[in-house]
Design a protein around this ligand. Structure first.
Ligand code: SF4
Ligand code: SF4
Length: 381
């Protein structure tokens, strides 16, 4: 047997192999009641906003309390979540795709103490650390992207815009007064890490100016062919420029072709396009992934541009509130925002939401895929 000094058996390279590459198998982390009833769940109900029960054919029940989380959490906040999970849920906790945290217990009598504990925990300024809600026909937690804190191409902030919208709509996170759920999403540039293309209401950061060119440093900082290749509209070409009497290699941008996507800046830091006046927010509405009532649909632009009004973005918050209230007042039960707008007509949607319709909102994009791709997940045989 060929051992080396660390105990590594060269003939059995996988034996006792310890690795930190990739996550552990998620099945190791199931709460026992989930593991035991896998594939046996009969139904689930929302008992009240933020509280769900799942019932198994074995008679077992799981009660879940959903609380709103945020995308960027401090270590001390996560430690507190773990402490609550240890105290009430035998150490088990889960995160949802919309940044919620879910605490699960296996009997009804454990629900109230857990809920009371969660609601009693507040930040120093008085706001809830663990607001209960985000289920059913209410505002679900907003998913968002990196924003100014972490990415290089945002046209607006992500955490900041989401914070102000949720501050305004917070009551509806813990209620279910709408005809159906309202999913709000946020992406801070049109690369759209935030899936805003299919949300009921979408906040999208938008650049309106082509990249600036720092000719002096461009060839020193960047691989010019890579910057040229990065442009999806072929707007960039090589060029020679005079800088302080010396000819340097650089690029030229055909401004008519530029669609302000920021791909070139990803490749070349000497082509920044962030701009105080040029950058701002587009609002979209009516998208969804669900098949219910109508096909899944893309969100449509409903507010062409709003300036970046830091730190509270009042125009954006007001427009979103207008859409939410008009929808709550006018939609039929189970209709999502897009279903409602299509039933009453988009012209009426703009009237009801008190939004201005301008020519900027007309989508004249036609792609060959329009005719060739199947555009819905609804199949009829
Ligand atoms: Fe960066 Fe754009 Fe993603 Fe925002 S949406 S994190 S700016 S790539
Ligand atoms: Fe091309 Fe996008 Fe850069 Fe404009 S911003 S030059 S479209 S890569």
């Amino acid at each position: 047997m060929a051992f080396i000094s660390s105990g590594y058996n060269t003939e059995k390279p996988m034996e006792n192999r310890i690795t930190d590459i990739g996550p552990r198998n998620f099945e190791e982390f199931y709460p026992p009641v989930i593991k035991k009833n896998k594939g046996k769940w009969l139904y689930h109900e929302i008992l009240e906003p933020g509280v769900l029960v799942h019932v198994s054919e074995t008679g077992d029940e799981v009660y879940t309390i959903r609380v709103g989380g945020c995308r960027l959490m401090s270590v001390s906040h996560i430690r507190e979540i773990c402490e609550i999970a240890d105290k009430h849920c035998d150490g088990y906790v889960r995160w949802t795709t919309r940044n919620n945290v879910e605490f699960m217990v296996d009997s009804k009598d454990k629900v109230e103490p857990l809920k009371k504990d969660l609601e009693s925990r507040k930040f120093d300024a008085g706001s809830y650390k663990f607001p209960v809600g985000g289920t059913g026909a209410g505002i679900t937690n907003i998913i968002h992207t990196q924003g100014w804190i972490h990415c290089h191409t945002p046209a607006t902030d992500a955490s900041g815009t989401v914070k102000v919208v949720m501050d305004d709509l917070f009551e509806d996170f813990g209620k279910m007064r709408f005809p159906a759920q309202v999913r709000i999403s946020m992406a801070c540039c049109l690369n759209m890490c935030g899936a805003v293309h299919c949300s009921d209401i979408a906040i999208l950061g938008y650049h309106r100016k082509p990249p600036m060119l720092d000719h002096e440093y461009l060839d020193k900082m960047c691989e010019i062919p890579l910057a040229i290749a990065a442009c999806p509209t072929a707007a960039i070409k090589p060029s020679k420029v005079d800088v302080k009497g010396k000819e340097v290699k650089s690029v030229a941008v055909n401004q008519e072709r530029c669609m302000f996507c920021g791909n070139c800046y990803t490749m070349c830091p000497s082509m920044p396009l962030a701009d105080k006046e040029g950058d701002g927010i587009v609002l979209m509405a009516g998208g969804k992934v669900s098949n219910r009532i109508s096909n899944p649909k893309f969100s449509k632009v409903v507010v062409g541009f709003l300036p970046n009004e830091m730190p509270r973005w009042p125009s954006m918050v007001k427009s979103i509130r207008q859409i939410v209230e008009a929808y709550a007042a006018g939609a039929n039960k189970y209709e999502r925002i897009g279903d409602w707008a299509e039933r009453i007509g988009w012209e009426r949607f703009f009237e009801k939401c008190q939004l201005e319709f301008t020519h900027h909102l007309i989508d004249d994009f036609r792609d060959p895929a329009y005719y060739t791709w199947r555009q819905t997940t609804n199949f009829k045989f």
